[in-house]
Design a protein around this ligand. Structure first.
Ligand SMILES: [Zn+2]
Length: 300
């Protein structure tokens, strides 16, 4: 199957316009629910604390979960196992095409309002996993201006698989590419996975600076990612800002937009790349609106 000819239309079909968290569609995840960790999201943001270690919810519970607009799935070795390629923009497809890659026959999560953004999901075989010297990893390959291919295979990384996207579009499964089709990566995709995992190994910081500096204090427990080991996330002395580290086991959500809230308390500001250490996401304490302040006053 030719990558670009098959993409981006998927030739329509009823699955393209399914409403989100339509029970019938969501129940198609049931056969996977025991091995996978499905978690409730609002848009892209997990609605539960400690999600990087969550064992996941049943589909029935997710359909009933308050404010759940979207179902997420943790990636990595211990759930599924589930590996995700996130193709983020037109240049990502040309990058893959230039390597001679073809569209795999597996589970695909598409976006109703953006044909160039799709997630390709795989379940690597045991034999393949044994070839990964790094175990879990994530990697981002830049392919254009603000466009990239991201590869997620890590318990602290989750992906939205069904429901509402914050932009107003939907996460959908193109006809013939539903969860029933989840498959191990074919050889060409597996080669790319191994290549990405090796690059991740080289990029991994060897040691973290261990002291707090200036007005930032390293926190033994991070409210954003729930990190409670290898202290690296830090909080400003004034208590109103957090720098949360993108690590292997613990990591903030990716794909947040400025203003997105974590636990209704912390608003995402931006990412910050620190040479030799890695990426941090910066959050500031959310100031409640006047209406929210009034509601809080009335409701104690
Ligand atoms: Zn953190």
């Amino acid at each position: 199957m030719d990558l670009l000819n098959k993409k981006p239309t998927f030739d329509g079909g009823p699955a393209e316009s399914n409403p989100n968290l339509d029970p019938e569609t969501a129940q198609r995840l049931n056969p996977l629910a025991e091995r996978f960790a499905f978690i409730p999201l609002s848009g892209k943001i997990p609605l539960i604390k400690g999600w990087p270690k969550s064992k996941g919810y049943s589909i029935d519970d997710l359909l009933k979960y308050q404010n759940c607009s979207t179902i997420g799935a943790r990636t990595g070795l211990s759930t599924g196992p589930l590996l995700c390629f996130d193709l983020d923009g037109e240049s990502a497809w040309y990058w893959l095409k230039s390597r001679g890659m073809v569209l795999p026959e597996t589970w695909i999560v598409a976006r109703s309002n953006d044909a160039w953004r799709k997630k390709l999901l795989f379940q690597p075989s045991n034999q393949q996993i044994n070839q990964l010297t790094t175990g879990e990893f994530t990697y981002s390959q830049k392919t254009g201006d603000k466009e990239q291919i991201e590869c997620f295979f890590m318990g602290g990384r989750q992906i939205a698989i069904l429901g509402k996207h914050p932009s107003g579009g939907d996460y959908i499964w193109p006809d013939g590419f539903g969860p029933e089709r989840l498959a191990p990566p074919p050889d060409d995709w597996w080669d790319l996975i191994v290549e990405f995992s090796n690059k991740f190994d080289r990029k991994r910081p060897i040691s973290f600076a261990t002291t707090s500096s200036g007005d930032w204090v390293r926190t033994s427990y991070c409210e954003i990612c729930n990190r409670n080991e290898r202290t690296i996330c830090s909080k400003h002395k004034d208590g109103n800002s957090i720098r949360c580290f993108h690590g292997g086991t613990f990591s903030p959500s990716t794909g947040l937009k400025a203003g997105d809230l974590i636990d209704s308390t912390w608003a995402y500001v931006r990412d910050q790349v620190v040479d030799g250490i890695g990426t941090f996401s910066i959050f500031v304490r959310h100031k409640p609106s006047p209406a929210e302040q009034l509601w809080r006053k009335l409701n104690g």
